[in-house]
Design a protein around this ligand. Structure first.
Ligand SMILES: O=P(O)(O)O[C@@H]1[C@@H](OP(=O)(O)O)[C@H](OP(=O)(O)O)[C@H](O)[C@H](OP(=O)(O)O)[C@H]1OP(=O)(O)O
Ligand SMILES: Nc1ncnc2c1ncn2[C@@H]1O[C@H](COP(=O)(O)OP(=O)(O)OP(=O)(O)O)[C@@H](O)[C@H]1O
Length: 491
């Protein structure tokens, strides 16, 4: 078979994070029915030849520019790193989240010339704040994944426009105060979820993006370009929600569309579209104590509206939010409780460095690795095995706290809907949807001291501020900043 020529002009910049850079294929619908042909070469590496059944993206690793070339990762090391990412998605995260929610992708080897040209082509599109790292152009390896902004599992919708909402689960660092609280989003209570999503739409920052046919139409590309123009958003969304254009325009129209969008996202997030092995696992108990943040702006709004009691609710077991929360709660010990266990593992490794691979610290992420994570016991028998299990569970939890959720939506007609297809109704439309999770790269073992340090800094900052609050000058400063979401409580 002839090798298909890879042309950088068929690819465009799609987005990037701290670790990877993503480009998407620019093909239009006429190519959607072609087939992906991936095959292995002599080195067992998947080679990418003919595109494409559905749209795909290529995900390249990034690294800081290195003055010293000896410190660069070799192509073999990059291949191993990518293999770990794929294995981790395939053998571990799929078990926790479910087959349909996780797309682990494949590793592909690309012609180096293509990668270099692509890198030059997309460079002007990259946000400045992400340019502290370079895309890997030396190894030629990348991951090939379905383009989740377009992903549709149903053939009949392939020609229809697709809307996609990406929510980064973590709270992260905020450039401006926001009323968004992840505890509201994960509450399972529709009112609270509605509030969380509305707050995200008001202050998208790094945590919310909306794509139409794969193009970013709402949310930040970089630090500068963050405008939350709901009227502009409503203009994009109107054909989806009001196809016959019957609604009057203006602020009422905008509010209605945003409300319907939030309804659709909430329904998709609460729907169960998959099963998974960890669904049968003993669930991590949700704290009996406060399940909301006292600082949450939602509670303040409730009180302001004269309501003090909220109907109780919870997440349905099969939905992606439930699975995510379960994975996030694998860290039954906080970093202060975990750090001594990490030190126990470290001490053991100092004595027996050759054991690092047997202990599967950096992989392989296979079935055996997954099985060990299911031990939720908290009884420390003083062994390295116990310490290691808690460390690995902590890493999984950190990963699940930093992932993104993608909801792809497409309108459908009544006679196209069947029981197998998830459908959500709005006042004038009907949508089918798919929900996926991405950015499930396991946090490195080495990140634990970083988390410990970060935690120490937060506690110190808090203690300093508690003292400062008693100071009359400083306490006025606090009043001015009352709107900030992050409020730390004495424990
Ligand atoms: O360390 P932090 O708190 O700055 O978090 C990093 C995130 O920054 P944020 O706080 O969301 O702006 C950071 O997010 P962004 O790249 O800013 O979107 C990453 O998620 C990073 O994870 P990784 O290094 O890619 O595995 C995150 O690093 P980890 O600490 O989770 O490893
Ligand atoms: N399969 C995909 N389909 C569509 N878009 C994707 C896909 N994978 C990643 N993206 C887009 O690229 C962006 C960056 O990807 P990703 O989150 O994997 O990078 P990262 O460097 O691992 O992120 P972080 O900084 O959070 O660790 C995502 O926010 C998303 O918008």
């Amino acid at each position: 078979m002839e090798v298909e020529k890879m042309d950088e002009n068929e690819w465009k910049y799609h987005g990037e994070g701290n670790q990877s850079l993503v480009v998407s294929h620019c093909q239009r619908s006429r190519l959607w029915n072609q087939t992906i042909v991936l095959f292995r070469n002599a080195n067992e590496t998947l080679f990418f030849r003919v595109f494409l059944q559905r749209c795909v993206v290529l995900r390249f690793l990034k690294s800081p520019p290195n003055q010293n070339k000896d410190l660069d990762k070799t192509p073999e090391e990059i291949l191993q790193h990518l293999q770990n990412i794929v294995d981790f998605g395939k053998h571990v995260m799929k078990q926790f989240f479910g087959e349909n929610y996780v797309h682990h992708g494949e590793i592909i080897q690309l012609p180096l010339d293509f990668v270099r040209q692509l890198c030059l082509k997309i460079q002007p599109e990259r946000p400045e704040c992400r340019c502290d790292k370079d895309m890997d152009t030396l190894s030629g390896y990348a991951m090939c994944l379905p383009n989740l902004t377009r992903l549709q599992t149903f053939r009949f919708t392939e020609h229809r426009p697709i809307l996609c909402i990406e929510i980064k689960v973590a709270n992260g660092k905020w450039k401006r105060p926001s009323k968004y609280c992840p505890l509201d989003l994960f509450s399972g209570n529709k009112q609270r979820m509605h509030f969380a999503l509305k707050s995200l739409l008001q202050e998208a920052q790094n945590n919310l993006k909306i794509f139409k046919n794969g193009e970013l139409i709402y949310g930040c590309k970089d630090d500068q370009d963050c405008v939350s123009d709901w009227n502009e958003l409503a203009r994009h969304l109107k054909p989806f929600f009001f196809p016959s254009n019957g609604l009057v325009s203006g602020p009422h129209c905008t509010r209605t569309i945003v409300k319907e969008l939030i309804h659709v996202i909430t329904t998709a997030l609460l729907s169960s579209t998959d099963t998974c092995r960890a669904g049968d696992m003993k669930t991590v108990p949700i704290s009996q104590g406060r399940s909301y943040c006292e600082a949450s702006a939602f509670n303040k709004e409730l009180v302001r509206n004269g309501k003090h009691k909220l109907e109780s609710s919870g997440l349905p077991r099969g939905c992606l939010l439930y699975k995510t929360l379960q994975a996030q709660m694998l860290d039954m010990l906080d970093i202060e409780g975990l750090y001594p266990l990490y030190s126990r593992v470290e001490q053991y490794l100092e004595e027996f460095p050759e054991e690092r691979s047997t202990l599967q610290i950096d992989g392989p992420y296979n079935e055996a690795f997954y099985e060990k994570l299911l031990d939720l016991s908290l009884e420390d028998d003083g062994t390295v095995a116990f310490a290691l299990t808690k460390v690995q569970q902590y890493r999984i939890a950190m990963t699940a706290k930093d992932c993104s959720i993608m909801i792809a939506l497409s309108t459908c007609l009544q006679d196209e809907c069947s029981e197998q297809r998830p459908v959500v109704l709005t006042s004038k439309s009907r949508f089918t949807f798919s929900v996926s999770v991405l950015d499930l790269d396991l946090k490195p073992y080495e990140s634990i001291p970083h988390q410990y340090k970060l935690d120490g800094e937060i506690v110190n900052y808090y203690l300093k501020n508690v003292q400062a609050k008693d100071d009359p000058v400083m306490s006025n400063l606090f009043k001015e900043n009352e709107d900030c979401t992050l409020v730390l409580h004495k424990v």
